[in-house]
Design a protein around this ligand. Structure first.
Ligand SMILES: [Zn+2]
Length: 288
């Protein structure tokens, strides 16, 4: 029995004709959520052409995990941050001192050569409703932007129900040289405003959902060299596996969907994603 059958996970998609990169995944959360171990996760991903990933650590243990893993596996790179909801939680539970303590622990990791991005950081007005929680998020977001700018690392932004606020803070702190809207969730107009600031837009499996016409319109106005794809696993599983646990090996569904939507040759689109990901984060790893 394969690990996929054992854990009741979606079947392997048809392999892609060329390698691609998942620029935003959570291997540690996937292991907790579905039981799929990190090695199996990366092996299955490779089998279908997802040969490299960025592991995103959202709290202090997660960020350390990401740096450790990337240090051991040349196909993996790390992004580190205190996630906006974790920043709000730290403040609401332990006050400013606790928030600053956790931020300092993340900051200590930013300079590691395996860290290619500061993120996911930003604002989450969906999950965090308390005004003091939102203010703590903004303080944390500003700190992350400064680290990214000081260390010349890519800024990976989490934006949930906070489009205008995100741009206000980024403009105020100084638009980073390289910026990615992770899990882009706006419409064509917001896409243009992010693109004006030089941002890449990273599309998750949500783009395959029937309700996500806004994302398809956004993708349609985005120059192809600004498009990235991600799983954000274990969340946001693409069609036709929606409702089951996501993992890096399910990225091909989203890649195929976007190639189709944008009417580009699939192999060319895969190569474009790799080129875009390297432009956004720098180059790493190698093809088998
Ligand atoms: Zn994420």
């Amino acid at each position: 029995m394969s690990v996929i059958e054992e854990l009741g996970l979606p079947p392997l998609p048809e392999p892609l004709p060329r390698p691609v990169i998942d620029n935003h995944t959570h291997l540690d959360s996937t292991r907790e959520y579905s039981g799929l171990g990190v090695d199996d996760n990366l092996r299955l991903a490779r089998e279908v052409g997802v040969t490299r990933v960025i592991e995103v650590g959202c709290d202090v243990p997660g960020a350390r995990f990401a740096v450790d893993l990337a240090g051991r596996d040349p196909q993996v790179r790390a992004a580190v941050a205190l996630h906006p909801n974790d920043a709000a939680r730290a403040f609401l539970r332990g006050g400013e001192e606790e928030l600053q303590r956790q931020l300092a622990q993340i900051e200590a990791l930013v300079g590691d050569p395996v860290v290619v991005a500061v993120g996911e950081t930003g604002l989450d007005h969906y999950r965090t409703r308390e005004p003091e929680g939102r203010e703590a998020q903004e303080r944390a977001f500003r700190a992350h932007i400064r680290w990214a700018n000081a260390a010349d690392k890519t800024l990976m932004i989490h934006d949930r129900d906070a489009h205008g606020e995100i741009l206000r803070v980024v403009d105020d702190e100084g638009v980073p040289r390289r910026m990615v809207m992770h899990c882009f969730s706006g419409d064509a107009d917001f896409a243009r405003r992010c693109l004006e600031r030089g941002s890449y837009l990273s599309f998750p499996g949500v783009v395959t959902f029937g309700s996500a016409e806004n994302l398809r319109e956004a993708a349609a106005v985005t120059p192809i060299e600004r498009i990235l794809v991600e799983t954000d696993a274990p969340y946001l599983t693409p069609k036709p596996c929606r409702g089951k646990a996501n993992a890096a090996y399910l990225l091909p569904h989203t890649v195929r969907f976007l190639a189709d939507l944008l009417d580009v040759d699939l192999a060319q689109f895969c190569d474009q994603i790799v080129a875009n990901t390297f432009a956004a984060y720098g180059r790493w790893g190698q093809d088998a």
